[in-house]
Design a binder for this molecule. Sequence first.
Ligand code: NI
Length: 179
Amino acid sequence: MIREILKYPDPRLKQVSEPVTVLNSELAQLAEDMVQTMYHAPGVGLAAVQIGVPRRIIVLDVNHEEPGKHLLKLVNPVITAREGEIVWEEGCLSVVDYTAEVRRSAKVEVKAWTLDEKEITFQAENLLAVAIQHELDHLDGKLFIDRISRLKRELYTRKIKKLLRAGRPLEPRTGPPLI
Ligand code: NI
């Protein structure tokens, strides 16, 4: 089922997500809804808190050429090692009409659980590394606009509040892949 994606400044996006303690069919259904919602948006990553469920689960698929082939559903993901720096133009399904350059680690090593209770470790770089760091921020109640200058963020906040007052429906912009 496609769910509604919460949009900034919805305060629920600031919740810190709780670790998942039970892998059951309810969680599998949540992950499936997240995948459908991500592809429908369309986006390349989604955290459960973005559909209002503050649990540590994320889905990612950064490969546009073969959708589904590299789909990741990660439970309680953590970054166990980082290397280098990368600046990437980021957009977010929860932040409409805005993208900005964000500095992150260029390579990360990730540890997570799969839905079938396997613990996995893998390395990521480029967009996948950026997307994982972006989604982990969501799990900690942070958005990419929390990583830009205060001036830029305030200009964006002012713009989005004006749009909300005007009753304009908030739709994600097109441009770089939305995370
Ligand atoms: Ni996002």
